[in-house]
Design a protein around this ligand. Sequence first.
Ligand code: IPE
Ligand code: IPE
Ligand code: MG
Length: 243
Amino acid sequence: MARAKKTELPRVDERLQSIGIIMDGNGRWAKRRLLPRSAGHVAGAKAIQPILEDLRKIGIHHVTLYAFSTENWKRPEEEVTGLMELIYKYLDEVVIPKIRADENFCMRFLGDKARLPEKLRNKCIEVEEMAGEREFVCNLALNYGGRDEIIHAVNEAIKDGCSPITEEDISRRMYTSHSPDPDLIIRTAGELRVSNFLIWQGAYSELFVTDTLWPDFSRADIIAAIEAFYKRKRRFGGLDKEE
Ligand code: IPE
Ligand code: IPE
Ligand code: MG
């Protein structure tokens, strides 16, 4: 007999407060349905909000979503333009009403906004200005690359006269300075790589990769990821008490 999929949400504790998600597989989701890639991105955008709601219900405070990398500009112009418009629409139609209705939710952006189309850049600024510090923070990584972020932070530290530059000098100047490092990084669609996502902050993150494609990512996948996390032993280079 096939086991029913678990749907009851667990509760996390202080060991799991911050999660990063590499939302991959929109293109493959569309291809399997003989649809254009853009349809996969639309389905991917729809999947975001219910997942954020569930993560918040289980007690997570910081979620960082990889939406568009510094390398994704290499894609065909039509796909890039479509993605920028889709992200604008998501912010305008979903995120802004959500921030208005929910005093505990806010969104921040990671990445250099300068390269974004002006309309989207202004929308990001509007979203950030609407809500500063709230209980639940969603960081949307947009035109984000971990290497770009490190270079940016180092240059800022030099400008500020830090010498020699310390780990703390860099961490404080990262796009993520307001959020703790991710305890867990989830990647959908099966690839075993980090693709320039949170390469500084993820130094000791637990990794969970699922074959589920992002538009299909559901509560059952969250539960599987949380269960896997709690089976791990995080040593941070040290030894377990019993070792
Ligand atoms: C992730 O899905 C979305 C972005 C990178 C913008 P993909 O578009 O990379 O989907 P696949 O990897 O081709 O299936
Ligand atoms: C990572 O996915 C970027 C995002 C999910 C936004 P990619 O599809 O760009 O990664 P690669 O090219 O497979 O490494
Ligand atoms: Mg991909």
